[in-house]
Design a protein around this ligand. Structure first.
Ligand code: SF4
Ligand code: SF4
Length: 257
């Protein structure tokens, strides 16, 4: 069944920026730029099985080599670190007049908006911050074709962004380790969020010289923090190393509801 294409025309209302909270995924270069402006970036970590999600990953088809293979105790697992701009108190680059102070250097996620940042995401206008008039202008560009797909050029930009994140995974793991960060949650159970000091994070990235290609995968053992005794028992059976500390220390554990 075909539907009319969805056209989009930005009306400059600023809702996508004002309403953006939580963490915004950044590439490595974007992370360095964000930190150089003095703003915080968090490291969000969740591990997942080496071969358990080849046919689907949150309903999405991803390459079987997605993320970086690491060890927790004697157990192999994968981790795809997310470096996320900390927008919990709103975006620090949003001016009072709704203008973006770093418009020409804004991150890819902002450039792509309102397109989803995964090529296979199902697009729905009611999940976007844009007002009705943004979808009703005949002058708008097509964002979703009649067959429900995004146009090839938009898909290409999204895939390029995802490809960059994939190529950077090993470099991001190396930077985590340089920061002494090797504690992760478990996909579907909880996320571990670290927020390194801005200068420490920047120094670790600059030491890595933004080396993306050829970044060495770690040989260190990572620790997992999970909620619930059943998963903990399962991971211990697989000889994983589990977090045994009290409290949250220098990280925050966010259980997945
Ligand atoms: S960086 Fe700029 S475009 Fe992106 S959310 Fe912040 S104010 Fe908006
Ligand atoms: S919410 Fe949509 S229409 Fe408003 S500024 Fe952001 S992209 Fe443009």
């Amino acid at each position: 069944m075909t539907r009319p294409p969805i056209r989009f025309h930005c009306v400059g209302c600023g809702e996508c920026c004002r309403g953006r909270h939580g963490f915004m995924t950044l590439t490595l270069a974007e992370t360095a730029a964000w930190l150089r402006r003095g703003h915080r970036v968090a490291v969000l970590l969740e591990a997942f099985p080496v071969d358990g999600e080849q046919s689907g990953f949150h309903g999405l088809q991803l390459p079987v080599d997605y993320g970086v293979e690491l060890r927790s105790g004697a157990m192999s697992m994968r981790v795809a670190p997310v470096f996320g701009a900390d927008l919990q108190a709103g975006c620090p680059n949003l001016a009072d007049d709704n203008a973006c102070r770093i418009y020409d250097g804004r991150p890819a996620v902002c450039r792509l908006y309102p397109a989803p940042t995964h090529p296979l995401s199902v697009f729905r206008t009611d999940t976007r911050a844009c007002p009705p008039e943004a979808w009703q202008s005949p002058a708008g560009v097509i964002l979703v074709e009649e067959d429900g797909r995004m146009p090839q050029d938009v898909q290409a930009r999204v895939r390029s962004f995802q490809g960059e994140l994939g190529r950077e995974a090993a470099a991001k793991v190396a930077i985590c380790e340089a920061l002494g960060v090797h504690l992760a949650g478990w996909r579907g159970n909880g996320i571990v969020i670290h927020t390194p000091a801005v200068q420490d994070f920047l120094a670790a990235i600059e030491r890595s010289a933004l080396q993306v290609e050829g970044a060495a995968a770690t040989s260190n053992s990572w620790t997992l923090r999970v909620a619930g005794s059943a998963l903990a028992a399962e991971l211990l059976d697989a000889n994983a190393a589990l977090f045994a500390g009290e409290g949250s220390g220098e990280h925050v554990f966010v259980p997945v509801a």
